[in-house]
Design a protein around this ligand. Structure first.
Ligand SMILES: [Zn+2]
Length: 387
């Protein structure tokens, strides 16, 4: 409640004493829980079993530097992308038609083993693997938010639906961790959903449903979903800069939990990091330090899952492409079943049977490594910004 008030009044000092208590509690918790090297490991483990500061420091630092590097190329690019093509009024009914079309394509079974409802924020929930439901939120002035939320939640839902029936009796019939879950939703949303092949496949349908796109060339349609533009708000960030928002929170959290920095210094540290990595500086607390609710309910250690999902996803993509070199041309033809089956066989069927690192090793033969995600980002934004 203090966070809500602080955010609406744009005043971090209202939230500060409460956050200090929360951090103090989390520091104590880490000590009770136990850890080998870094107290933050205890908190990470709550969301991503086996994850440590030692592993993340290495992976996140190189990812941060590489993204900053790609971003500088984007900044130098002469390509300008017309965002106005996405403006208009889009009826909810038509948006729901498009939503069902993309969900049928990716293969989320909402007819017999699921449901689609609406809520303020989209989410996925399930009761075993035979009742996996998603929600969505529709905005009349924007059709793509609901389209991509549907694909994202559809990715979570396909994961749950494809877990092996036999795991139910062992209590292992659910996704293994936040990071692996996000890897599946983001795989569908970004790696597939924002690829040229997928957008080519869905564009005729979009043009059929929303007439205003009939005169828009495909190139513009493809590029507008792959804009890279540094901004202040994590939840609105593009695919390139998103992970930087997460890495900033990670760097702050681990030092805070270890007692290397204090709550009173957070605002300055936050703003400086945004300026250093993204080149933008928050002008007030609600677009800076107060934007996310996670810290107000003690969710320290959770943020890294979002970036881990991106890193895992690109590592899985690299393996999938070895098995299916024609993956993207198949997608363009409308075949999204091969990738769904591949994800089932390699990842989904196992539920919680393997810990995240074991699963990653089993699928890719490698440890956590951000190089595939960097390569993926570089290729994509090279294509979009023509550098
Ligand atoms: Zn998600």
């Amino acid at each position: 409640m203090a966070w809500e008030e602080a955010k609406s009044k744009n005043d971090f000092s209202i939230f500060m004493p409460h956050l200090e208590k929360m951090v103090d509690y989390k520091r104590k918790f880490a000590n009770f829980y136990g850890y080998e090297k870094h107290p933050y490991d205890a908190l990470l483990n709550e969301y991503e079993m086996g994850m440590t500061v030692e592993k993340l420091d290495k992976v996140f630092a190189s990812l941060r530097d590489e993204i900053v590097n790609i971003l500088s190329k984007v900044r130098e690019s002469k390509v300008s992308i017309d965002e106005n093509i996405l403006e208009g009024k889009f009826s909810i009914e038509k948006q729901k038609e498009l939503e069902k079309y993309v969900l049928d394509l990716i293969g989320y079974d909402y007819k017999h083993r699921g449901r689609i409802d609406s809520s303020e924020h989209p989410f996925t929930t399930n009761f075993g693997n035979k009742d996996v439901r998603i929600t969505n939120h529709y905005h009349e002035n924007n059709f793509y938010s609901a389209m991509y939320s549907a694909i994202h939640e559809g990715g979570h839902a396909i994961y749950e639906q494809q877990i092996n029936d036999d795991l139910e009796k062992y209590g292992l019939q659910s996704g293994v961790s936040m990071g692996i879950h996000e890897s599946q939703s983001r795989f569908y949303e970004n790696i597939i959903g924002k690829s040229k092949s997928f957008l080519k496949l869905v564009y005729p349908k979009v043009q059929e449903i929303f007439e205003e796109f009939r005169s828009v060339p495909f190139k513009n349609f493809y590029k507008v979903f792959n804009i890279a533009c540094p901004s202040l708000i994590r939840t609105e960030a593009d695919e390139l800069t998103y992970s930087l928002h997460v890495i900033i929170r990670y760097e702050i959290e681990k030092e805070l939990i270890k007692g290397e920095i204090e709550v009173k210094d957070l605002k300055e540290i936050w703003n400086n990091k945004y300026e250093e990595y993204l080149g933008v500086r928050p002008q007030n607390d609600s677009e800076g330090i107060l934007q996310d609710m996670h810290w107000s309910d003690g969710g320290f250690g959770y943020f890294p899952s979002y970036a881990l999902g991106n890193i895992y996803g690109a590592q899985f993509l690299n393996s999938a492409l070895k098995d299916m070199p024609n993956l993207y041309s198949e997608i363009e033809k409308g075949n999204l079943n091969d990738i769904k089956v591949w994800l089932k066989e390699n990842i989904h069927q196992y539920g919680k049977l393997y810990e995240p690192a074991e699963l990653l090793k089993k699928v890719t033969g490698e440890e956590l490594d951000s190089k595939y995600f960097v390569e993926y980002l570089r290729n994509k934004f090279k294509d979009v910004y023509e550098f």
